[in-house]
Design a protein around this ligand. Structure first.
Ligand SMILES: [Zn+2]
Length: 79
């Protein structure tokens, strides 16, 4: 069974709960204030965007560079 993260819409408390697949939180209650129907937080399931900065190695050998370099005009390292 997956662990979902929920957020209480009443007191904004976030908590994780092991529940059935597809659980939307309608049957759950907040452990803090007891308010029903916490909101399910989906952020943990979003795919990480590796790719933009994952390929940060400078191509072409323009002489070093920082991790933010994608071209020869980098404001971070100034080369
Ligand atoms: Zn609450």
């Amino acid at each position: 069974m997956p662990i979902y993260e929920f957020r209480c819409s009443s007191c904004e408390r976030r908590f994780e709960k092991l529940c059935q697949l597809g659980e939307t939180g309608k049957k759950l209650t907040c452990p803090e204030c007891g308010a029903p129907k916490p909101e399910r937080v989906m952020s943990g399931f979003a795919p990480k965007s590796v790719g933009k900065n994952g390929l940060s190695t400078p191509m072409g050998g323009t002489g070093g560079g920082c991790s933010g370099c994608s071209s020869n005009s980098c404001s971070t390292c100034g080369h």
